[in-house]
Design a protein around this ligand. Structure first.
Ligand SMILES: NC(=O)c1ccc[n+]([C@@H]2O[C@H](COP(=O)([O-])OP(=O)(O)OC[C@H]3O[C@@H](n4cnc5c(N)ncnc54)[C@H](OP(=O)(O)O)[C@@H]3O)[C@@H](O)[C@H]2O)c1
Length: 349
């Protein structure tokens, strides 16, 4: 091997390691990545309108705060708790001014309740004549398996299916916004943890996704679904007549939020302390965790990518690149949503 070739290979291996560190950890480590993006680079968003699920705390709050700081005209936040949204709005009012806090419209909605998701999406679409940004971020973390009232695995119902329903009902206003000469950007909050999906995942039936695969398997499968949906949307919407409606998936890194400090103790009451406290000094802050999403919904002109912190497109797992899994997942999603809501909510493109 020539010296040049060896040096090239070494550099790329070293940079790969640096990228992995930058993707996952906070502080100075986050600056080691080959591609950089900072929240200060978020462009001016005057006149634009966004929807952020889970924008009241954690990474979603980091995204919501940044969009408002950069002059977003209107922000719909979809989440569960009135206490959390009040706290979020109070922080925005104190730090960015009352005018910015007044731009927030809260919609209380459990993403596992797909009839309610449809109702909320239709109310938003009626209330705004444009929608430039959709951040599908809310999520159930690494927790025990549970079924929703519709009898569907809660990880899949919230993290994947609820967001697909939301996107479906918001899509007409997003397409209209794009047709008026704007770039519309959608992000799905995925994770490197998608690699923890059970190896035998086929998305072949509801019985399969309702099988308890353990906290990491449950979570990983729902994050794999977000990546497959991203590719499906890119292929069937962006590449089929809507080149200015972009969708990308993101990995925020290992971020200090309720999920990684509190929720982790539900499945792992004692060993969870390794993640909640042991790892906390190395985690990203909620603002560092917001970086890839802000890049994805304000800056990139690509679609169908897996954007890892800070702004590095990465190759997802082999399962995330499988066309068979992608088609199975979306067929199952359409059928389950239609059947379980008695046809009241549907998935459409
Ligand atoms: N933290 C990490 O290290 C990490 C790593 C990779 C990916 N992620 C992903 O990043 C996203 C944000 O998580 P986070 O870490 O910021 O967690 P978080 O602080 O716990 O925030 C979760 C947000 O989701 C909302 N939410 C939860 N369940 C919901 C439901 N059923 N319907 C509607 N909204 C719901 C919550 O609403 P309330 O505020 O009303 O409770 C909250 O705003 C998730 O998709 C997560 O899986 C996180």
């Amino acid at each position: 091997m020539s010296t040049t070739a060896r040096t090239g290979a070494d550099i790329s291996t070293l940079q790969k390691i640096k990228n992995t560190l930058a993707e996952n950890f906070g502080g100075p480590t986050s600056k080691l990545g080959s591609r950089q993006f900072s929240l200060d680079e978020c462009p001016d968003l005057t006149g634009k309108v966004a929807v952020v699920t889970g924008g009241s705390q954690g990474i979603g709050f980091g995204v919501a705060y940044t969009l408002l700081k950069h002059n977003l005209a209107k922000l719909y936040i979809i989440s569960l708790s009135s206490d959390k949204i009040e706290k979020a709005k109070a922080t925005i009012a104190a730090e960015l001014g009352r005018d910015k806090a007044d731009r927030v419209i809260w919609k209380q909605c459990d993403l596992a309740d797909w009839r309610r998701v449809k109702e909320v999406a239709e109310a938003i679409a009626k209330d705004t004549d444009r929608l430039d940004i959709l951040v599908n971020n809310s999520g159930r973390g690494i927790m025990n398996a549970q079924l929703t009232d519709y009898g569907v695995d809660r990880h899949m119902a919230v993290n994947h299916m609820g967001h697909v329903v939301l996107t479906s009902y918001l899509l007409p206003v997003m397409k209209k916004t794009a047709e008026q000469g704007n770039v519309v950007r959608i992000s799905n909050q995925s994770s490197n943890a998608h690699k923890g999906a059970p190896a035998d995942t086929k998305f072949a039936s509801l019985a399969e996704i309702n099988r308890d695969s353990g906290p990491n398997g449950q979570y990983g499968r729902s994050k794999l679904a977000g990546l497959l949906y991203t590719r499906y949307f890119d292929r069937n919407v962006t590449q089929k007549g809507h080149p200015n409606v972009l969708m990308n998936a993101t990995h925020p890194g290992f971020v200090s939020t309720k999920q990684s400090t509190e929720d982790i103790h539900e499945p792992y009451p004692i060993s969870g302390y390794a993640m909640s406290y042991g790892m906390d000094p190395f985690k990203k802050s909620q603002f560092e965790g917001a970086v890839p999403t802000v890049f994805a919904v304000t800056t990139t002109n690509n679609s169908g990518q897996f954007i890892c912190a800070p702004a590095t497109p990465e190759k997802a797992s082999e399962m995330a690149r499988s066309d068979e899994l992608m088609e199975n997942l979306m067929e199952l999603t359409k059928n389950v949503v239609r059947e379980r809501t008695g046809g009241e909510s549907v998935v459409s493109l």
